[in-house]
Design a protein around this ligand. Structure first.
Ligand code: ADP
Ligand code: MG
Length: 374
């Protein structure tokens, strides 16, 4: 398959005036595995509800393989080739694993004929294939009730695949799973991604790292940013609204760190001494309590180890506060330029002049900062 499997244009969903989705734009290629993350209330579930036709848009439209889904009922959308796996498994507990898969393969038949009817060999083959795909061949004849939570999740993914959807929607597949089962589900989704288009909604960041190629971050009903896991994880806006719950740095502080990092990287590398000095000095300023300082210093070093491509002029233009600009100059001078300027052999002093210009600090301020550091 080629082209776009899903395009969403200026989508708004209002519930009594509250916009659960707000002018959202999204597009995805056929064959892509896309992970969607975002804080609680960001609109992730509503996003899936819109695609499956459970909820109708207030404004905007959803195109599936180029077809507008407006006013198409939920069951017809499912026939068009969109399958959804809900968060909690919905398998028949008293049927065996292979009977559950068989039911899914032969959606039109009822439970009775699945139990007592004679399956054709083609159907058997596909059930056997599905058992293997989801790694449950050894448990084919177990009642589903005896499966672990993770095995049930895999069974349900298998039941979804049995209906051969073109697009699979998977809502939080590893919530409550053990580490080992989380890995199994991840491996299964990666294997399925070779022949399906898949959207996975997920909270578990370790898991997202395991499977993600491209990540979309939702926030307040809109797309906040998109990119690789590394890109979104180091985006200050994402830190602020989402990962910020795990980080002691604010998005603003991260921005300052990224600018100083970019300045240090101008000659192509960030030496261990530079890294240590930057992390130490910023931790002294950023830590709210003295006992937080050493932990923050380690965290800052971790951020510096992921080298992010930051445009210095653009990033500095976003720093309004004079104190922040002075901090950038001070840390850059002490960590990066001081040695180079005194030895007078490096190309760095030139970069330093450019930095002073970009920061638009008065000569007095620059001199005061240099004297403070000396
Ligand atoms: P997420 O799945 O990202 O946590 P949801 O899509 O469930 O977010 O919800 C987005 C926002 O829309 C939330 O603030 C939620 O309270 C609100 N919301 C969702 N469904 C409804 C509804 N049927 N009626 C009113 N508000 C809703
Ligand atoms: Mg949700």
């Amino acid at each position: 398959m080629t082209g776009k499997i899903l395009e969403i244009e200026n989508l708004t969903v209002s519930f009594d005036g509250f916009k659960a989705l707000n002018q959202l734009n999204f597009s995805m290629d056929a064959g892509e595995l896309r992970v969607i993350i975002g804080p609680n209330g960001a609109g992730k579930t509503t996003f899936l509800d819109i695609i499956t036709g459970k909820v109708q848009p207030t404004e905007g439209r959803v195109l599936f393989k180029g077809k507008n889904l407006r006013n198409i009922p939920e069951y017809k959308i499912s026939c068009l080739g969109i399958g959804r796996k809900f968060q909690t498994p919905r398998v028949y507990l008293n049927l065996s694993v292979s009977e559950n898969l068989d039911l899914a393969v032969n959606g039109k038949k009822n439970v009775w004929s699945t139990l007592f009817g004679k399956a054709s060999s083609a159907e058997n083959r596909s059930v056997a294939g599905l058992l293997e795909t989801v790694g449950l061949t050894a448990k084919a004849n177990f009642p589903a009730a005896l499966l672990s939570h993770g095995e049930k999740q895999r069974l349900e993914i298998g039941m979804l695949v049995a209906q051969s959807p073109d697009l699979l929607l998977v809502d939080e597949p590893v919530a409550g799973l053990t580490d080992e089962e989380t890995e199994n589900v991840g491996a299964l989704l990666l294997a399925l991604a070779e022949s399906h288009s898949i959207i996975v909604i997920e909270h578990d960041m370790e898991f997202v790292r395991q499977i993600a190629r491209k990540v979309t971050v939702l926030h307040q009903g809109s797309v906040l940013c998109e990119g690789t896991m590394d890109e979104v994880q180091s985006d200050p806006r994402v830190i602020e609204v989402y990962l910020g719950q795990e980080s002691s740095l604010s998005g603003h502080q991260l921005k300052i760190l990224r600018i100083i990092e970019a300045i240090a990287l101008q000659d192509g590398e960030l030496s261990p001494e530079e890294m240590a000095s930057i992390a130490h000095q910023l931790s002294l300023v950023f830590a709210e309590k003295i006992e937080d300082q050493s932990k923050l210093e380690e965290e800052l070093k971790d951020y510096l180890l992921q080298e992010v491509d930051t445009s210095i002029p653009e990033a500095i233009a976003e720093i309004d506060d004079l104190e922040d600009r002075k901090l950038i100059l001070k840390v850059s001078y002490q960590a990066i330029f001081k040695k180079a300027i005194s030895s007078e052999v490096s190309t760095k002093p030139n970069t330093y002049e450019q930095l002073i210009q970009l920061l638009e600090l008065s000569p007095e301020t620059v001199e005061a900062i240099q004297n403070e550091v000396e």
